[in-house]
Design a protein around this ligand. Structure first.
Ligand code: FMN
Ligand code: SF4
Ligand code: SF4
Length: 269
């Protein structure tokens, strides 16, 4: 089958998932690449229909070894009619646990035929310069692996006949899925002494938890701890001031320092 068009569909608050999908698409080498970014609140409101000659890369970060609830809810508005798909998760150098299996199963439920899958590594959302966790990833090695993976996907799809029975893609993981992001009512706070009230944090928040009205207000119950507001604040005015979040970040820094490598499924490792 010829790959004529590639669509990247993702939920990616801090941008590492988007970067991995773009690198994979680079390795597929087709002119027609479309991005469907479902990260922001309006992403939840777009019903999309796919055609069967498209290759879809569908990506999300790992939260607590699972998919973020908001990613699942946004992806559920998609429908496919047998389009080939590649589920991708990106995790912060701890573990991806059941998340890739969960994404593959969701893709099947939506009508996609998964042909390959991958788990890649991105800088951990909770990482800072002072408490690094996979800082700077995906780096050049990750990008190269993602690009090579794209070429492998293209070879696999090109070798398929349209009459081929959809393959069963084997992905590691447990079912029923376990884990999930822990439930915490906490959000980053704003250092008013250095906040310029520019509004960037509000415009990047996937759950519309932040409003700007002369100053920055955060609706703590809506916060999913994605850290998009922290990583995009130009003056570093968004910070965690929470002892549990500090403990988690320090634990990850101490226990997840050994470099993990991307894993791919459905093509040669
Ligand atoms: C609430 C939350 C839970 C997370 N849980 C995990 C996890 O279980 N394992 C892991 O390795 N990384 C975990 N991460 C880190 C993200 O998976 C990682 O930083 C990813 O690259 C973020 O993707 P994005 O840049 O597309 O938002 C978590 C991040 C957040 C915000
Ligand atoms: S992005 Fe930073 S500087 Fe801008 S309004 Fe938000 S907290 Fe303030
Ligand atoms: S307020 Fe919470 S949900 Fe919104 S961007 Fe910041 S960390 Fe993410």
């Amino acid at each position: 089958m010829e790959v004529k068009k590639v669509k990247l569909i993702y939920f990616s608050p801090t941008g590492t998932t988007r970067k991995i999908l773009e690198s994979i698409a680079g390795g597929i080498r087709v002119e027609d690449v479309e991005q469907i970014d479902l990260t922001l609140p309006e992403g939840a409101e777009q019903p999309i229909q796919f055609f069967s000659d498209e290759l879809v890369l569908i990506g999300a970060p790992v939260y607590g070894g699972r998919l973020p609830i908001d990613a699942i809810n946004r992806f559920k508005s998609l429908k496919a009619d047998g389009a080939l798909a590649v589920p991708i998760v990106v995790y912060g150098n701890r573990e991806f646990e059941d998340s890739l299996l969960e994404l593959k199963d969701l893709a099947v439920e939506l009508g996609f035929h998964p042909v390959a899958g991958g788990a890649f590594i991105g800088e951990h959302s909770f990482a800072t310069e002072e408490v690094p966790i996979a800082n700077g990833r995906p780096d050049s090695l990750d990008v190269q692996r993602a690009t090579d993976f794209g070429a492998q996907i293209k070879d696999k799809v090109t070798a398929l006949q349209s009459s081929d029975v959809p393959m069963n893609l084997e992905i590691p993981g447990r079912f029923p899925y376990e884990g999930g992001a822990r439930s915490m009512t906490v959000s980053p706070v704003t250092r008013e002494d250095i906040c310029t009230v520019c509004g960037t944090c509000a415009s990047r928040c996937p759950t519309a938890a932040i409003s700007i009205n002369g100053s920055v207000t955060t609706e703590v119950e809506l916060c999913i701890r994605c850290c998009a507001c922290i990583k995009n604040c130009p003056t570093r005015a968004r910070v965690w001031q929470d002892s549990t979040m500090e403990t988690i970040a320090n634990w990850l820094n101490e226990n997840c320092a050994d470099r993990k490598e991307p894993q791919v499924f459905g093509v040669d490792a």
